[in-house]
Design a protein around this ligand. Structure first.
Ligand SMILES: [Zn+2]
Length: 91
């Protein structure tokens, strides 16, 4: 009788594992189709960068950049970039 219960428990555990495996497989399928859809569209390379002057976040491709001392700063507008430059020069 104990053996039967053990067998049943093992069987249930196996069912659980198989269920989990199938779930994972489905999830992977969804992820695959998701990446496929993303591949059809232009890849999103937009990275948000923060303007150190006004603190606004803007996409990197729209932001104006300024290289200073090997560090690149990004700005929402030329006004902010000018302001930052002037501040740096005053320091
Ligand atoms: Zn700004």
């Amino acid at each position: 009788m104990v053996r039967f219960i053990l067998f049943l428990a093992l069987f249930l555990a196996l069912c659980y594992v198989i269920k989990g495996f199938l779930k994972g497989l489905k999830l992977r399928k969804v992820l695959k189709t998701g990446s496929k859809q993303a591949g059809e569209q232009p890849p999103i390379t937009d990275e948000l960068v923060q303007d150190p002057v006004c603190g606004v976040y803007c996409p990197k491709r729209d932001a104006l950049s300024l290289n200073q001392q090997g560090k690149t700063y990004y700005f929402c507008s030329d006004k902010c970039r000018q302001e930052f430059r002037e501040k740096r020069n005053n320091l």
